[in-house]
Design a protein around this ligand. Structure first.
Ligand code: FEO
Ligand code: CA
Ligand code: CA
Ligand code: CA
Length: 607
């Protein structure tokens, strides 16, 4: 805890009611100001957002990407080494794009021509922004547009592959016969921050970008990771052979990793850390075990019936020599979680085991289909299944309590596919449309250990507290308060009546209750939150405002002319029909963006 932060873990603010609408809402006495939107200049010299989609892919690679997700603040330091709270770097993930707002043509129509330049521009929407931000004398924050730290990492940035899978036969392609260097990072969802000053960004639904020209039948590995002939309809494979599963069957194996970026070295090459496993990574919550100083990274694989993981480094974190930690994430043990009952069924309490995913262990041998440790890591999901990991209700973020060693929380966002026969102690609801949060306490507070206790911290939407659904983003602040963000159904009609728009709440760890602090605009997801060390500024990301989404229509997403939800074609014709956040009257279309939240009296957030 920085000297400038108070030792006050109380939460006090005028909690918000659930609501729908076109604005960001924060409690009385707070302001929310937009800082950095899709299309805003990132790299020094970049043009402003045109608003008419006329940017080329080369320009889009210089501007902010789309669909802001995880965000971390990296403070600059004073000469004495103390952290500053008025200037630093923000690392921001760009997860995906919304074609109805990103292109002026109907991408979903196979009769519409989709060019390589269209694909390149789409690839530019993805990845990470690094921007220098500073607080002015009036308390407002700005991006320093001339900073030499400002950098875009996108779908075609050169990235090294490190760790046990580096050079593996399954990572070799015609463009990279050594299997050591890949272009780009995609679907950057959650993230994490290391104490040696790097950002670890997570590749989630990478499978959606791949497709196949011609007949295609996935093999077992491809099927397990959801690869198919059409992907999510991005159409990149039509013009860019890298995304054609028939032309480059190994290219998807080079995605689905955690990528480490050094934001303070703009010329550095990011590294895909294969020791942390290959799956649909949500975030990467990194803690230093206080006893052994080993690095522990907690991670979820976000898909129905997938797993919770952790990585434990072999080496100890060296606090006195930051450079010594540069490749510490390359060597260690990956574990997957098994959640068992404690003998008292139905009370939401249990015990657990971390099972090592080490080549040669029982069920992880050549006879079981694994060739070596690198091969096993490329097939992490299959290895985890082979050792009996517990299938969960879509593990999203993991957050570690900074005040209680060995305590972590995991959001299980929802799982409408779980049947009554599949219910277990850790996933206790069939048709789990609201989601839940599990608390894990490592045995003897030892994050490097292999056993733990767990309990269900809360069941969302159960009526015992504020209504919300689909907990997703999860982050402790340095005062030990747990912030919960949602990515769920915002229709506000039964069975989601009273939930309102997606939101952010803060949890009382003792009572297991939550208070609503922030409500996002229509159609958005609220995801990613970080603070300055003095806790007087909070940065929150708003992702995909104006996304119509699935299910019943949001009240404002219904086209009055048709009585049903706006279609992709209708939103291309009238991009502000559903949402004009954040630009309001001057908007050309809704834009994902980073919001600054602060108190008008300059006080500590939430106290
Ligand atoms: Fe990108 Fe699982 O959220
Ligand atoms: Ca129990
Ligand atoms: Ca998420
Ligand atoms: Ca989600």
């Amino acid at each position: 805890v920085a000297a400038s932060a108070p030792a006050n873990t109380e939460v006090a603010f005028a909690a918000l009611a659930a609501s729908s609408g076109s604005k960001v809402l924060v409690p009385h006495g707070y302001v929310a100001e937009i800082l950095y939107r899709w299309g805003d200049p990132c790299v020094a010299g970049s043009p402003e957002f045109a608003g008419d989609l006329s940017e080329t892919s080369a320009v889009a690679e210089q501007q902010s990407g789309d669909n802001h997700d995880a965000i971390n603040f990296f403070p600059f330091r004073n000469a004495d080494g103390s952290e500053r709270s008025d200037v630093g770097l923000l690392c921001i993930n760009h997860e995906y794009l919304n074609p109805e707002y990103y292109y002026d043509k109907l991408v979903s129509d196979p009769g519409v021509v989709f060019t390589l330049e269209d694909a390149r521009k789409g690839q530019a929407a993805h990845g990470v922004s690094i921007i220098e931000v500073m607080r002015n004398s009036n308390g407002k924050w700005n991006v320093n547009r001339n900073s030499t730290f400002n950098r875009r990492i996108h779908g075609n940035t050169q990235i090294d592959i490190t760790g046990p899978a580096r050079g593996n036969a399954l990572l070799q392609t015609a463009a990279d016969p050594t299997g050591t260097r890949v272009l780009g990072t995609l679907n950057n969802c959650g993230a994490g921050q290391t104490p040696w000053g790097t950002y670890i960004t997570c590749e989630e639904n990478f499978n959606g970008y791949f497709g196949a020209n011609g007949a295609f039948t996935p093999d077992a590995l491809q099927a397990r990771y959801g690869l198919n002939a059409n992907g999510f309809g991005y159409r990149w494979h039509e013009s860019d052979p890298r995304f054609d599963l028939n032309a480059n069957p190994n290219e998807p194996n080079r995605h689905g990793w955690v990528v480490e970026i050094d934001p303070f070295r703009p010329a550095s090459t990011p590294k895909k850390r294969t020791a942390l496993g290959r799956f649909k990574h949500e975030n990467a919550e990194l803690v230093i075990d206080p006893t052994t100083k080993k690095v522990v990274v907690y991670m979820g694989c976000d898909e129905r019936f997938e797993y919770v993981y952790k990585f434990v480094s072999d080496a100890a974190y060296d606090e006195s020599n930051m450079a010594a930690n540069a490749d510490i994430l390359d060597t260690g043990t990956l574990y997957v979680a098994q959640f068992n009952d404690d003998g008292n069924a139905g009370d939401g309490v249990g015990v657990g085991v971390w099972i090592p995913l080490v080549f040669g262990n029982p069920n992880l041998t050549v006879g079981d289909g694994f060739l070596n440790q690198g091969d096993l890591l490329i097939r992490t999901r299959q290895a985890a299944s082979a050792v009996g990991a517990t299938p969960m209700d879509r593990p999203e973020w993991v957050a570690a309590n900074p005040l209680k060693p060995g305590e972590v929380f995991v959001t299980l966002t929802n799982n409408s596919n779980r049947t009554l026969a599949q219910v277990d102690e850790a996933n206790p609801r069939a048709n789990n449309i609201y989601g839940h949060i599990i608390r894990i306490n490592e045995m003897n507070e030892d994050a490097t250990g292999t056993t733990f206790d767990w309990n269900i911290f809360l069941l969302a939407g159960d009526g015992t507290q504020e209504l919300f659904n689909s907990p997703d983003g999860l982050q402790f602040d340095r005062l030990g308060r747990l912030w919960v963000q949602t990515d769920g159904n915002f229709n506000n009609v039964a069975p989601f009546a009273g939930h309102g728009n997606n939101q952010m709440l803060v949890a009382d760890l003792e009572a297991g209750t939550v208070q609503r602090f922030f409500v996002g605009p229509d159609g958005c997801e609220v995801t990613g939150v970080t603070w300055t060390p003095d806790m007087r500024t909070m940065f929150v990301d708003i992702q995909h405002p104006g996304e119509v989404g699935s299910g019943a229509g949001h009240p404002n997403s219904i086209n009055p002319a048709t009585g049903v939800k706006y279609t992709e074609a209708e939103l291309i014709a009238d991009p502000t029909a559903f949402s004009s956040w954040p630009d309001g009257a001057s908007a050309s279309r809704p834009r994902s963006g980073t919001v600054v939240v602060r108190r008008t009296d300059g006080g500590i957030i939430g106290t």
